[in-house]
Ligand binder design. Structure first.
Ligand SMILES: *Cc1c(COP(=O)(O)O)cnc(C)c1O
Length: 451
């Protein structure tokens, strides 16, 4: 045996050291194995032997029994952070979800007739009301919406897409690959920077679908040209080819309101539907502010074809999604935007963010930490509005920023912050008023853990 491994603690000895622990044996055993493996690795690398205490075993076992999916504090200033679960739900949406989760529901049961109903009926009328579309269906996410729409509308024929819109969204979502997946051919038209109506028109004969994709996560400026959905739809109608628009973020507030909120306005779902395109798809958890979902609205014939398509059974949403989405859409219909966390977080007075930052900084200074309040910049995020800048305030902690960032991430609750200019930035836009005290304690613990 390797000399350094001779007195490596045994699993049995470690388990004996935690006899009487409240934690389950399986977790203690896993923890002991983890720690012995780590210590073995250290010694093989030639590091000095260190001992494993009963406290170490219990702390590690605690990690095994605690939920893996945890709530975190978002101190990044990014409102729709895809890695942090995108849109937080409205209270009414979370309540509705919890209520439906705990019991039975009329998910696919028509209470009036006593017969089988459709899960889509719970949100279809609301979606029509808020978007102005004839009909609507919901699937698991917007990637699924695009797949279903391609399968039902293009049916294996060629899809016409501008070369400036053959995008990758992230997580291996690429438009050309989605077309291959659904058995459709790709007819690229135009150039990277400019596509004209005549480019689309020349490609129409024999094609199955005109597709317009919103450039969610990048912007093009300079010598650029693209064709508006209205012109595409009119050309498509003349050639009997339907038009689909993938809007991505699916904003339901008009462009004037978006601009008033300091956002780079993008076309709303309603405005896009009103151009006469056949179908529009967008995400439920981006600027709609609801649960993960893919929403397709448009002409009844196409929506019916999608609802009846065999893929629907594969892509359909569950009752929890429908419950949360219905409650979200009710807030949208009533224009109760401040009750939707996404819009409340975007539309908050800068002074209130600053006040929150000052409050956190004061708590940290009281605990003898150096904390400055500085102007910061966040963004909408989630692959939406790539050029958006949300002016904000951050509490900035200097010195050993990388280690502090890691310690905050490892804490409970985990805090997700930014490192810039050798300092740690806690952007206060997305930190709830009620979480400031907890955040101050988390920072104090993180400093403690670094010592
Ligand atoms: C975000 C986005 C998608 C993917 O939506 P998910 O809901 O994440 O599946 C597809 N298309 C566009 C244009 C997007 O912005």
């Amino acid at each position: 045996m390797h000399e350094a491994l001779r007195d490596l603690p045994s699993i049995a000895a470690l388990l004996a050291s935690v006899k009487g622990s409240e934690l389950p044996l399986w977790a203690l055993t896993m923890a002991a194995r983890d720690l012995v493996a780590r210590e073995r690795e250290r010694r093989l690398q030639g590091r000095a032997p260190s001992s494993i205490s009963a406290r170490d075993v219990e702390a590690r076992a605690q990690e095994h029994v605690a939920p893996r999916l945890r709530s975190v504090i978002n101190a990044t200033g990014i409102v729709l952070h895809t890695n942090l679960g995108r849109a937080p739900l409205a209270e009414t949406a979370a309540d509705s979800l919890a209520r439906v989760a705990r019991g039975y529901s009329n998910l696919e049961f028509d209470l009036a007739s006593g017969e089988r109903g459709s899960r889509h009926d719970h949100v279809a009328a609301l979606l029509s009301a808020v978007t102005g579309a004839e009909a609507a269906v919901v699937v698991n996410n917007n990637a699924a919406a695009l797949v279903l729409a391609l399968a039902a509308m293009a049916r294996g024929r060629d899809v016409i897409v501008s070369r400036g819109e053959l995008i990758e969204i992230g997580g291996s979502f690429r438009i050309p690959e989605m077309l291959t997946l659904t058995g459709c051919g790709l007819r690229e038209v135009g150039t990277t920077n400019r596509t004209h109506l005549r480019d689309y028109e020349a490609a129409l004969p024999g094609a199955g679908l005109l597709l317009k994709v919103h450039r969610s996560n990048f912007a093009m400026t300079g010598f650029v040209a693209e064709v508006e959905p209205a012109a595409m739809a009119a050309a498509g109608r003349r050639a009997d080819v339907p038009t689909l628009v993938d809007l991505g973020s699916g904003v339901l507030r008009d462009e004037a309101t978006q601009r008033a909120l300091g956002l780079p306005a993008e076309p709303s779902v309603q405005a896009t539907v009103a151009t006469g395109v056949d179908a529009v798809c967008f995400s439920g958890d981006k600027l709609l502010g609801g649960p993960q979902a893919g929403i397709i609205v448009g002409k009844r014939v196409w929506i019916t074809a999608m609802a009846k398509h065999p893929l629907m059974r594969v892509l359909r949403p569950d009752k929890l999604t429908i419950a949360a989405l219905e409650a979200t859409l009710q807030l949208v219909r009533a224009e109760r935007w401040q009750e939707l966390p996404v819009w409340r977080l975007i539309d908050q007075p800068l002074a209130s963010i600053q006040a929150r930052a000052e409050r956190l900084a004061a708590l940290l200074r009281d605990a003898s930490m150096n904390a400055d309040v500085r102007p910061s910049e966040g963004t909408v995020g989630g692959g939406t509005m790539p050029t958006s800048v949300l002016p904000s305030y951050a509490v900035v902690l200097s010195g050993n920023a990388r280690a502090l960032e890691a310690a905050l991430r490892a804490g409970s609750p985990p805090v997700i912050a930014r490192v810039a200019h050798d300092a740690l930035w806690l952007d206060m836009r997305c930190v709830a008023d009620g979480d400031v005290g907890m955040l101050a304690e988390a920072v104090a613990r993180a400093y403690g853990a670094m010592r």
